[in-house]
Design a protein around this ligand. Structure first.
Ligand code: MF3
Ligand code: CO
Length: 237
């Protein structure tokens, strides 16, 4: 069932987080992820998705999402967003987190804390009877009150037998607006938060999305089931 793919994702992210340090390359993290996932009977869901060339996404500093792992070593003061997707027994799981490398500035630490807190706020709204606007608004309000900005050109998504299913899950919105959530829905909620402005650019590799103003960005994501008993985070570590 779907919980299994998401729990492999969760374990993989914790494994990778433990490997992040100055000098490690994102290609090394990519290879570690592949081994971890395949050892548990899963498949890397991103590999080959619309031609995506790697197993995970590793987005450094001003890279928001979809950074392609490569031979650039991480250095102290960087942040790296790790995004992992797994397919197992026909179901997908998807989650992400942003990790500081060595010592990072206080304002960067705050960016990571705020983005993670925004994800938690969004997850709390994922309950039957609420609407997608309640999820997006909760995320947007926390982020903007903290003085950061929410990326609008990319959104979260439904997930299940496909990695990307309906509905789209924006990280912004108005309370009480949008599609109503129902028990049984599974969502990937994934705030992307910039230290500067919200605008994005796509690099020439056709994958890497960066902040237009070059400011640092963070990304946290969980796969969550909407149930009568409230949100159940399937990708919880
Ligand atoms: N977690 C990402 C998302 O939900 C998936 C990465 S896109 C891929 O959009 F192409 F790399 F798979
Ligand atoms: Co996703």
């Amino acid at each position: 069932m779907i919980g299994e793919s998401a729990s492999i994702v969760a374990g993989c992210l914790q494994h990778l987080k433990g490997l992040v340090r100055p000098g490690v390359t994102t290609a090394e993290l990519d290879e570690e992820a592949r081994k971890y996932i395949e050892a548990r009977g899963g498949k890397c869901a991103f590999k080959g998705y619309r031609g995506y060339p790697a197993n995970i996404c590793a987005s450094v500093n001003e890279e928001i999402v979809h950074g392609i792992p490569g031979n650039r070593p991480l250095k102290s003061g960087d942040v790296v967003s790790l995004d992992v997707g797994v397919k197992k027994d026909g179901y997908f799981g998807d989650a992400a987190l942003t990790v500081p490398v060595g010592e990072v500035p206080a304002e960067t630490k705050r960016l990571l804390e705020v983005t993670q807190a925004a994800l938690v706020k969004g997850l709390e709204e994922a309950r039957p009877g609420n609407r997608l606007g309640d999820v997006g608004h909760a995320i947007q309000k926390l982020v903007e009150d903290a003085g950061f900005s929410v990326v609008r050109s990319l959104v979260g998504h439904g997930i299940g037998r496909e990695m990307h299913e309906e509905p789209q899950v924006p990280n912004y919105g108005m309370p009480g607006k949008g599609q109503k959530l129902q028990a049984g829905m599974v969502l990937a909620i994934e705030p992307m938060v910039n230290q500067g402005g919200p605008d994005t650019l796509l690099l020439d590799d056709d994958w890497t999305v960066v902040t237009r103003d070059g400011s640092v960005s963070a990304h946290f994501e969980h796969t969550v089931a909407v149930t009568a008993d409230g949100p159940v985070i399937l990708s919880r570590a």
